[in-house]
Ligand binder design. Structure first.
Ligand code: ADP
Ligand code: MG
Length: 742
């Protein structure tokens, strides 16, 4: 055609070549990932020698020590803050109580002679030529080495006034070597050890920006415009060399959004690819077996359960495999919904599997299933009356070999309908005749791979998967860790539950109140739990300490009461015996380890005392506390002991304040940060440098929404090649095949 012949030959749209727009080459981020810092002349310059340092090293060496190895790493080493010289106040005008950053020169450094037992103190005076500021550093003796007279530093902190002098306690200090350029100065995260200054880093970044030229922007323009995001090229430049603080913020907003969008795009692509690629089972819902199960329940379903079941049944009935997360507060009745799912499979001649993270939990699930299931039969042409009892089995690593062999053959020939187990279910030798539904009870312990492994257990069509969490997890975290799943929320507790009054018993008097309450409740015919301190992860050690604690209580605060003992080292017979005795009221107080976390359900129990509560996490305490408040009586939970840290104190106060698991999950995220909550299971989370699941909840939602828009309009990203290239560099080879083929 005429038009194509007149196209300049350099103007190629081959997906393997960088885009050329009007002859300009636009660089992509993934292309910068492999470019060594040695392309930058400034990186080869030596760092300003620190005192006592012998062979001066290059800036590239220092950056390498900080983990920055290529140009992309350098450009995404974002400033920690900015010093806005346009609004900078002289020290003499700083007001008490305000947060300020000032540029000043070190005038004097003194080390307070350390008295025995006192924390080391370093006192530093700095001046901006017009006023003095006194800095005090507690417990940071190295400051005396770091700061020397005549050094230029940027100081940030809260202004205090003491005896008419302005001062800051433990401010953050950035050593500034060299001349300021520009009016808004970026301050980079530095590393004391690497010995490179923020100015040195800035110089390398400046050269890198020039070297790079113009960056392409792979995110569709409509999406950016709709939400007022700046362009990527502008943002990368402004984040490092902003014309104003406002511009720096706009740049960070865009680049942070990019981080979240990349993460969500991968998740959404995975979700859609899974739906496209695999053939599932169109289960028959509402079969007689399931209806009979409903009728056998001693209570009506809650509205939330009805809604959840409706949603799940719609999934089950489709030929596309279900991949859904069931969230609900402690006691909201998730187990019942899970069982409903499993029974739907069984009714159609398929098998169900329920996988729990620990043996104890698996055993307890198996018990609750047994309680909920009595008398249910499945059609079986081979059986005497054309039907037989639903057969459930338990498989853990403790299952004896002979029983295990019997069970495995039952799974392989379809004789076992529902199997409950630990990750023992994932082993090679476990094969199913026709696995139809998998329920995974997670406690942040399984990963995407394990879910996939279980899904692939059947030889035929892919089973439907329902994932449940023991306690709620924050919405933004759910969207990230479980971003490839749909979500159902049980937002209602069964009627008749009473909120648990929670008290943090800090001192001996309050602890005495707790034991007093136990004695009173028992005297009134009710029952109590005592949860023993979390000693170690080892169940053996925990069991021993629970036994000791029982003896101590029997001789002390709970003398004369009938005490039972429950821990994970008991055999299942003994465990059932202990539970039965407590349930029947023969024991008044159950002294237990955290094995009572799940499944234990005695409405007459109205008090729980948790010893050394500061050592448990929020979710676990909330889960434990969920064992009381199950009847109509007023219920209490006492959290004993000092909090080991300030954060621990906030955890315990949060539990005193709130009974809502969803709210507590958000508090937990705020306190612990995303790293600890998500762990290492979600790769992209480590790439979040500007964005935070905690501080940018709104943007997580937005990124997810935009990701769906992009992927649903262009499933293989065929029309978004630049974006696809960028994402490809984030995922491993296998995913690359899977996610981007069309
Ligand atoms: P979760 O696993 O969500 O913490 P469970 O599934 O263990 O909660 O249910 C807690 C208790 O509530 C169990 O004793 C269960 O039998 C009971 N339960 C479940 N659904 C209902 C309901 N609709 N009405 C009354 N009790 C219910
Ligand atoms: Mg449960």
């Amino acid at each position: 055609m005429e038009a194509s012949r007149s196209t300049p030959t350099s103007f190629r749209w081959n997906e393997d070549e960088p885009d050329l727009v009007a002859g300009r080459q636009l660089r992509s981020l993934e292309e910068l990932a492999g470019v060594p810092l040695s392309v930058l002349r400034s990186a080869g310059r030596p760092v300003k020698a620190e005192r006592g340092q012998k062979a001066p090293k290059t800036r590239a060496d220092a950056l390498f020590e900080m983990g920055i190895t290529d140009v992309l790493g350098l450009l995404t080493h974002y400033p920690r803050r900015y010093l806005d010289r346009t609004t900078e106040l002289p020290i003499s005008e700083l007001k008490e109580g305000e947060d300020a950053t000032v540029l000043a020169t070190v005038r004097r450094v003194r080390r307070q002679p350390a008295r025995r037992g006192a924390k080391p103190l370093v006192l530093v005076d700095v001046s901006d030529g017009r006023g003095y500021l006194a800095l005090s550093f507690f417990n940071q003796p190295w400051r005396a080495q770091q700061l020397r007279e005549g050094m230029e530093v940027a100081i940030s902190g809260k202004v205090g006034v003491f005896r008419g002098r302005r001062q800051m306690a433990n401010p953050s200090v950035d050593v500034v070597l060299g001349e300021w350029q520009g009016r808004v100065v970026p301050i980079y995260p530095q590393s004391e050890k690497a010995g490179i200054s923020t100015m040195d880093i800035g110089a390398c970044v400046a050269e890198a920006l020039t070297w790079v030229g113009e960056l392409e922007d792979p995110v569709p323009k409509e999406a950016l415009d709709a939400h007022h995001f700046a362009g990527r090229d502008w943002s990368i430049k402004q984040v490092h060399q902003p014309e104003s603080v406002g511009a720096a913020n706009a740049a960070r907003r865009r680049l942070g959004f990019d981080e979240l969008l990349r993460l969500q795009l991968v998740l959404v692509l995975r979700k859609r690819a899974l739906e496209r690629a695999s053939v599932g089972i169109a289960h028959r819902v509402g079969s007689p077996l399931v209806l009979k199960f409903r009728e056998s329940l001693p209570f009506p379903l809650t509205g939330a359960q009805e809604r959840a079941i409706k949603q799940i049944e719609a999934d089950l009935a489709r030929k596309v495999p279900m991949h859904r997360l069931l969230q609900g507060d402690v006691g909201s009745g998730k187990t019942l919904v899970a069982l409903w799912c499993l029974l739907t499979a069984v009714a159609g001649g398929y098998q169900g599997a329920l996988m729990a993270p620990t043996e104890v939990l698996a055993e307890q699930h198996s018990l609750s299933l047994a309680n909920l299931l009595p008398g249910l039969a499945v059609v079986d042409a081979g059986a005497l009356f054309g039907e037989r009892q639903v057969r459930t089995e338990l498989l853990t690593n403790r299952t004896p070999a002979a029983e295990r062999a019997r069970l495995l053959s039952g799974l392989a020939d379809g004789g076992v309908d529902i199997v409950v187990g630990t990750h023992a279910l994932l082993t090679e030798s476990v094969r199913f005749a026709q696995l139809g539904v998998v329920v995974v009870d997670e406690q942040h312990r399984f990963g995407v791979e394990q879910r996939a492994a279980l899904r692939e257990k059947g030889d035929g069509p892919v089973p439907d998967v329902l994932v449940m969490t023991a306690t709620p997890i924050p919405r933004t975290a759910a969207m990230t860790v479980y971003g490839d799943l749909d979500t159902t929320i049980l937002d209602e507790l069964p009627p008749g539950r009473t909120p648990v009054e929670t008290h943090w018993a800090r001192g001996p008097l309050e602890v005495e109140d707790a034991w007093q309450r136990v004695r009173e409740e028992v005297a009134a015919g009710r029952q109590a739990y005592v949860v023993c301190p979390l000693v170690e992860e080892s169940e053996k050690v925990q069991a021993a300490s629970a036994t000791e604690e029982l003896a101590r209580l029997a001789a002390g605060p709970l003398r004369g009461l009938r005490l039972g003992l429950l821990h994970g080292q008991l055999g299942s017979r003994e465990k059932e015996g202990a539970m039965a005795a407590f349930r029947a009221g023969r024991e008044q107080v159950l002294v237990a380890t955290t094995v009572i976390e799940v499944g234990v359900d005695v409405p007459n129990a109205t008090v729980m005392v948790i010893e050394d509560a500061g050592r448990f996490g929020i979710a676990q305490l909330h889960q434990l506390r969920g064992r009381v408040g199950r009847g109509a009586d007023r219920s209490f939970c006492y959290l004993l002991g000092e909090a080991p840290t300030a954060e621990g104190a906030q955890r315990l106060s949060a539990l005193e304040r709130s009974n809502d698991g969803f709210e507590l999950a958000e508090v937990d995220l705020d306190l612990r940060g995303e790293g600890t909550i998500l762990g290492t299971r979600q790769k992209g989370v480590n790439d979040l440098k500007l964005a935070s699941l905690r501080r940018h909840r709104k943007y997580v939602l937005l990124a997810r929404e935009v990701a769906f828009q992009i992927v649903d309009a262009d499933p293989g990203l065929a029309r978004h090649q630049a974006l696809a290239r960028e994402l490809r560099s984030l995922v491993d080879d296998e995913d690359r095949e899977y996610l981007f083929k069309n």
